[in-house]
Ligand binder design. Sequence first.
Ligand SMILES: NC(=O)C1=CN([C@@H]2O[C@H](COP(=O)(O)OP(=O)(O)OC[C@H]3O[C@@H](n4cnc5c(N)ncnc54)[C@H](O)[C@@H]3O)[C@@H](O)[C@H]2O)[C@@H](O)CC1
Ligand SMILES: [K+]
Length: 495
Amino acid sequence: MEIPSSAQEQQMTIATPPTFGTPPTPGIPSCTVAQIRDAERAALARTPEGALMRRAAGELTTAVLDALDGHVVGRSVVLLVGAGNNGGDALWAGVALRRRGGAVTALLTDPARAHPAGAAGLRRVGGRLLDVARADVEKLLAAADVVIDGLVGLAARPPLREPAASLVRLANRCAALRVAVDLPSGLDPDSGVATGEIFDADVTVTFGGAKPGLLVSTSAGRVVVADLGMAPDPAVASVGVLTDQLVAGLLADPGSGDDKYSGGVVGIVAGSAQYPGAAVLAVGGAVRLRPGMVRYAGPQAAAVVQAWPEVVGADDPSRAGRVQAWVVGPGAGTDTAARDRLVTVLAADGPVLVDADGLTLLAAEPALLEGRRGPLVLTPHEGEFARLFPDLDLTDRLGAARAAAASTGAVILLKGHRTVIAAPDGRAYVNTTGSSWLATAGSGDVLAGVMGSLLATGIDPLLAAAAGAHLHGRAGERAAHDRAAGAHQLWDRLR
Ligand SMILES: NC(=O)C1=CN([C@@H]2O[C@H](COP(=O)(O)OP(=O)(O)OC[C@H]3O[C@@H](n4cnc5c(N)ncnc54)[C@H](O)[C@@H]3O)[C@@H](O)[C@H]2O)[C@@H](O)CC1
Ligand SMILES: [K+]
C-alpha cells in the first residue's frame, strides 16, 4: 500500500516504534526496525527458504515497472549491490527486469559476498555483474534509466562505508529514476537521521511496514509498503500516519440534537496592532473548519468581527465567555498585555494550544508553564523549538519532539517538511500531506485555528494536532493545484 501524501509526492503507509509500550496510535502504523526484524524472523520460520526474498523482489519489480509505465525493453537498469540480503532483493529484481527485456548491470561492492543465488540468477539470464572497483561507474550511471539501491538494508547503520558512500554520491548526481530497496542506503530507518552520504530516492519500496525514518526523511521519495505477509502487529506501533478517512471521521456533521455550543467552542487570542491579519487568519481557520461557535479575545476584535460576523469578540480572554479550548499566540505580540493574556489562558482547565509569539514568551519565561495542569499543545517551527528546548538535537526530529513532549507534558507539533507530532506518552504521528505552497505568510495562523477547533471537540490533543496538520496539508495541496496563493486561500480548501 502507499502512504497518503501530497499530490506531487504520493507516499506510504506507516506505523511506529514499539519500544515505548504505549497505546496504539490510530492510522497507518509505523514500526521500528527491531519490531520488523521480529516479524521477519517469524515469517521466515513459516515460509520456504527464499520465498520472502522472491516476494520482496517481485514487489520491487512491480514498483519499477509502474514508475516506467511498463516500458523496460532496452532501458538501462543499474543495480547497486551490497553484501547482504538487501543486495539479494536488488539482484532478483534485476533478473525479472532482464527477463522483460531490460539491459541490467549489477555493480557489486564486494563480489565475493554478493547474494550467491541472486548473482547466479542474474548471470543466467544474461545480466552483467561488475566489481565496482574495476568498473567505469560514472559512465554506467550516466547512461542509466533506472538505478536500484540494494547497498544496505535493515542490518546497517549510517554512515555508509566505502565504496558504498562514493557509489551513492555518484548515483545521486545521475538523471536516472532512483529506487531504494527497503530504505535509502545511508538513512537510519528508526530516526530518519542521515549521517554522511544518503541515497536520494524517487521511490522507496519497503518491506514489512513503514519505518519511522522513511516517514520523516526527505530522501525516501514516494514510499511503497509491501508487507510480504509479515507486517508487525499494529498494536505495537507508537508512530502513525493519519488517513483522509480517519480524519473525516473526526469531523462529524452536527446532529438534530446539537446546538451552536455542543460541538465545542474554541477561543482564539491572536493578532496585535502590528499583525492584525494573524487574528483574522487564525479565526478563519476555525470558522471554516466546522459549524459551531468561535470566540475571539484580543486587541483586534473589531477587525475580526468585520471579517467574520459569526464570531463573538471580546478584548480579553477573561471576558470572552465559556470556551472548551484556547489558541493563544499567532501574531499576538510579546508585550505585557500579550503576556497577561497568555497567563489568563494558561490558567484555564481545558486544552490550550500555544503558537508563535506565545512560544516566544514561553521560551523567555519557562516558569509560565509551572502550575499548568490541563492539556497543552505547543506548535513550534524549528527556530522556536531550538529556543524552547536548546538542549535537544534537531537532527533527530522525531526523537527531539518526543523528548520535548516527555519533558513538558505537552503535545509537541514540530513544523517542517514532515511535521511530527508527539505526545508525552511516546505516541507520535508524522504528517505526510502538504505542499510547498504552505510556505506562505499566515499559513501557520490558519493551522492554529484549525487545530484549536479540533481541540474544542474534546478529542485526544495528539489526534487533534495531527488531524489539523493533515487537513492543513491537504488544503495546501488544493491551493497548489488551483495556483491559489495567500494563506487566506486555505480557508476554502480545508474540507
Ligand atoms: N530476512 C528476510 O527474510 C528478508 C530480508 N529482506 C532484505 O534483507 C535486508 C536485510 O538484509 P541483511 O540482514 O542481509 O543485511 P543488509 O543487506 O541490510 O546489509 C548487510 C551488509 O551491509 C554491510 N554494511 C553494514 N553496515 C554498513 C555501512 N555502514 N556501510 C556499508 N556497508 C555496511 C555489511 O557488511 C553487510 O554485508 C532487508 O533490508 C531487506 O532488503 C527481504 O529480502 C525480505 C526478506
Ligand atoms: K537500500
